[in-house]
Design a protein around this ligand. Structure first.
Ligand code: GLU
Length: 923
């Protein structure tokens, strides 16, 4: 820095001042040997300021300070030891500085052999060797590493990629590497370590990780290499919003990143608070000293101040404070080749160790017995707005988070505004559909789509204030892990491989997915259910009344009827009880009569089975018994028929055969499937419940395949199978939609599980909180509900399926009744027709007989009898037929001799007719 060009002038000036001071006062002179790796350095400013203040401004101090500054090689140990010996010969009483790890041990061993205090302010491996003359103000590797690890843990990163430049870096990150063990997951991928070799072009290494799931990257490199490395990451789009970086360099804040236009989330660490009063006061003092003593105007900003500077400042503050407590220091008489020891070395170091409450820039300072600093702070900041994220307190190993979740969200969303957010999605009704291009316009961007997803994303983008672009995923899947390819496909793959910032569709949250991506809070709740179709209307079967009995039962019953009638006939003929006196008034009849003709037997059995009974009954014991047995048979058969008939006629109102998944799993007639590669399939595949395991095995073994590429294909398959032999397991939200839009579909049973849809995003996406809040707001203001209504119901112009189904149900029920009872009407009609036909035949036969008897022409007799028959007012008929009466009147005279014969003939006819009709023959 140009502002430190006064360095030379200053040294000469200081030597003069201190010499003058020494000569004109009684103060003891304490000379500090200072080792730097480069000159000029910021630390000199602090050194000179401390000396001037001690020697000139603070008049009461018993010690006068002076310094001997030397540049030491960072690698050459021999040269370093020579430099130190020269300094010791010049009378220095302590060594301070920032030597490298390579040269520090030689300095330490020289100081140890002479009892000379050695105060270090640079990083080195932790020392576990007791030393009375050594102190390191820089946090040692172990403790610094622990702090970094604890801060990273507090960031809740899943999966870390470590890029390190030098082996030393790995030493610092040992504690971070240990985080892998506390992770209770697929730990082999949790932390990956990558050496940045073959630089300075590290792009081939970055490329290796560009399309992998690692988006949490720790970079451990020299401060001067941060910018080139990040520029290379930028050229590969790896400084995009989905990435989280953690820079371990304590001077990362001094780099100018403005050329990179970073949207990634970068965390840097410091061991001092840039807003602290101590730093501001030190900066003021340094500027004042530079101005007052060297007329040089300095404009120092906290972001310019290196860690080594503030550590050097704090070390000087401690040393000068300790010297003030030990005013009677003897002069140093040591040199590298004599045996003398500097007797006050351990005392100075001990005094420093017990000093307290000094105005230090790097916070509280405490040391252990080995000289390692055990109390310090690590401050984690965001790079883009320099906001404090967390503070690590080394003494009690705690991390204090500095930001509320709101502040974190705000910071994250500010990055979202800088980019066009890519929202990965898939076409699935009614979530997202392609807009029909009606007027030939070429649609571009988001205008190509419509649906719930687009509307929901628009609302969220409005709340958070960002722009987005919908991006269809390959394969139209939300996410499935392919073990053979060792990668996720679908939208989850897009998120992991950074082709999308967010993924939104019917995106089901489940454990497997949540282990690789983050989900927002749910925007819809659902469960798996069964989609089925209403069975086709049953064909009207007019002989449904025959169905209660199997055909064989009908045949056996008819046969039994005939057989029993014949048996009855013979039994009646055999039993004496049924041979009766035809003329009861005649006590000694010449002959007995048996009324049980075949006709009567058939009539009696028919009457019984028809539940009608009969007015003649057998009188013999055996015939009575035979008929009783028939009654018993008739009783059972008739009642069984009636019971079955009732069930058959009401069959339409019975419950469907499948009521839930349990029923589905227990049968093989109805095939069932689900969408391939979706969360529904995963549910059955990974379930521990035996019913679902059984269902998955069943689905897997079916041929032809029961899995479908999409839910839409599944719905079509259910609809095409009119008989209802295919059911589809899908999410209730989509069932709801399809049942609403296709009136032939229905949901069977309830939900098999309960889950939700959420917006997926890369792990630790900084904008997750903001998205959650936006969803919550949309839920509370009822917008989520409105959107659901809009895409599930309102956008349909047709009549609701509920109305159509209710109407159909009413109609179906009536139709079915009529259809099933139609056969009975038909039998009645046919029977009555036969009866009419027989009546007509009887009538005509009677006319023929009359015409013969009365010597009339057939037509004359017909005319006369017809006239009589159609005259409904006549209810009585003379024994002599109407035709005979008419003919006698028309002929004039009747032969009386013939009268008796005719009467007898008519009586015979009536007797025959009545016996045919089973009437009482006593008439
Ligand atoms: N929503 C499902 C998923 O996120 C897809 C549909 C299904 O599996 O039923 O994978």
């Amino acid at each position: 820095m140009a502002c430190f060009n006064f360095q030379f002038k200053l040294i000469i000036y200081l030597v003069v001042i201190s010499t003058l001071h020494k000569s004109c006062s009684a103060r003891k002179l304490f000379t500090i040997g200072v080792l730097f790796n480069e000159i000029p350095t910021q630390s000199e400013l602090s050194l000179n300021d401390t000396i001037i203040r001690n020697n000139i401004i603070e008049k009461e101090t018993p010690i006068s300070l002076s310094s001997k500054v030397q540049l030491v090689s960072s690698t050459d140990i021999f040269d370093t030891s020579k430099t130190i010996c020269n300094l010791i010969d010049d009378g220095i009483m302590a060594i301070m500085g920032q030597p490298t790890c390579a040269t520090s041990p030689i300095i330490e061993s020289t100081c140890k052999s002479l009892n000379l205090p050695y105060i270090l302010t640079s990083w080195r491996k932790s020392s576990y060797e007791e030393s009375p003359i050594f102190l390191n103000f820089h946090p040692d590797a172990d403790r610094l590493g622990k702090g970094i690890a604890d801060i990273i843990k507090s960031l809740k990163w899943m999966g870390i990629l470590i890029f390190y430049e030098e082996e030393e870096g790995l030493v610092k990150l040992q504690e971070v590497l240990k985080l892998q063990n506390v992770k209770n997951t697929d730990s082999q991928d949790f932390i990956r370590v990558q050496h940045l070799t073959n630089g300075p072009d590290y792009r081939p290494i970055f490329k290796k990780y560009r399309n992998t799931t690692e988006n949490n990257i720790i970079i451990d490199c020299k401060t001067e290499n941060i910018l080139p490395i990040l520029s290379q990451a930028k050229s590969l789009d790896m400084l995009d919003i989905g990435f989280n970086y953690f820079l371990t360099s304590l001077d990362a804040h001094t780099v100018d990143y403005s050329s990179l236009n970073i949207t990634a989330n970068i965390t840097i660490i410091r061991i001092f608070d840039p807003k602290s009063e101590e730093l501001s006061s030190a900066l003021r003092k340094w500027s004042l000293t530079a101005f007052e003593f060297y007329r040089t105007a300095l404009d120092l900003k906290p972001n310019m101040i290196k860690t080594e500077t503030v550590l050097f400042h704090d070390a000087l503050t401690y040393l000068s404070a300790a010297l003030k407590k030990l005013p009677y220091l003897p002069e140093s008489k040591v040199n590298c080749f004599a045996e003398d020891l500097f007797s006050n070395g351990p005392t100075i170091i001990n005094t420093i160790k017990y000093l307290d409450d000094l105005p230090t820039i790097t916070g509280p300072i405490k040391f252990d017995e080995y000289g390692n600093r055990i109390d310090f702070r690590i401050y984690a900041y965001t790079l883009d707005d320099d906001q404090l994220i967390a503070t690590y307190q080394a003494l009690n190993e705690t991390v204090i988070l500095a930001r509320t979740s709101e502040e974190t969200d705000l910071a994250a969303t500010s990055n979202l505004k800088k980019i066009k957010v890519i929202v990965g999605t898939r076409i699935v009704r009614p979530f997202l559909m392609e807009v029909a291009n009606t007027n030939g316009e070429v649609l571009t961007g988001n205008d190509r789509y419509e649906g719930y997803t687009k509307d929901l994303m628009t609302q969220i983008a409005k709340i958070i204030d960002f722009t987005f672009e919908l991006h269809l995923t390959e394969g139209n899947l939300f996410g499935e892990y392919k073990p053979d390819k060792k990668r996720w496909i679908g939208l989850i793959g897009d998120l992991l491989e950074r082709r999308a910032h967010l993924a939104l569709c019917d995106s089901t949250i489940n454990l497997q997915r949540q282990s690789v991506v983050d989900f927002s809070m749910p925007f819809m709740t659902l469960g798996i259910s069964i989609l089925h179709t209403y069975p086709e209307k049953e064909e009207a079967r007019i002989f449904a009344f025959l169905e209660p009995f199997h055909t064989s039962v009908w045949i056996y019953s008819a046969t039994m009827y005939l057989v029993l009638s014949i048996i009855l006939y013979f039994v009646c003929r055999m039993t004496p009880g049924d041979w009766e006196n035809p003329h009861p008034c005649d006590d000694n009849p010449q002959e007995l009569e048996n009324i049980w003709t075949l006709k009567n037997c058939h009539w009696a059995t028919l009457g019984t089975i028809m539940n009608q009974g009969c007015d003649i009954l057998p009188k013999g014991i055996s015939s009575k018994f035979a008929l009783a047995m028939w009654w018993f048979f008739a009783l059972i058969i008739t009642n069984s028929y009636i019971a079955n008939l009732t069930a058959f006629l009401t069959k339409a109102n019975l419950e469907p055969p499948i009521k839930d998944a349990e029923d589905l799993s227990k049968q093989n007639k109805i095939k069932y499937g689900c969408m391939e590669g979706g969360s529904t399939m995963q549910f059955f595949r990974d379930s521990n419940i035996s019913t679902y395991q059984k269902m998955y095995l069943n689905m897997k073994m079916q041929s032809p395949k029961v899995f479908e590429k999409s839910n839409e294909d599944g719905v079509s398959r259910v609809r095409q199978d009119k008989k209802g032999w295919y059911a589809f397991l899908m999410e209730s939200t989509l069932i709801e939609y399809y049942v609403e839009t296709n009136c032939d579909l229905k949901q069977i049973g309830g939900w098999l599980d309960t889950k939700s849809y959420g917006i997926a995003m890369p792990m630790n996406a900084p904008y997750r909180g903001a998205i959650d809040k936006a969803i919550l707001e949309l839920q509370e203001t009822g917008v989520l509900n409105e959107l659901k209504l809009k895409w599930w119901k309102k956008n349909r112009n047709e009549t609701s399926c509920d109305i159509i189904r209710n109407k159909d149900k009413d109609e179906n029920e009536n139709d079915l009744d009529l259809a099933r009872t139609m056969g009975i009407f038909l039998v009645l009609a046919v029977g009555v027709s036969i009866a009419i036909f027989l009546g007509v035949v009887e009538f005509l036969w009677n006319i023929r007989n009359i015409s013969v008897e009365e010597h009339l022409t057939y037509w004359e007799a017909l005319k006369i009898e017809l006239k009589f028959a159609v005259n409904i007012w006549i209810t009585k008929k003379k024994v002599k037929s109407a035709a005979s009466e008419a003919s006698s009147s028309s002929i004039g005279k009747e032969d009386n001799a013939n009268k008796g014969d005719k009467k007898k003939m008519i009586q015979n006819f009536l007797h025959n007719a009545s016996s045919f009709m089973n009437l009482n023959t006593t008439a």
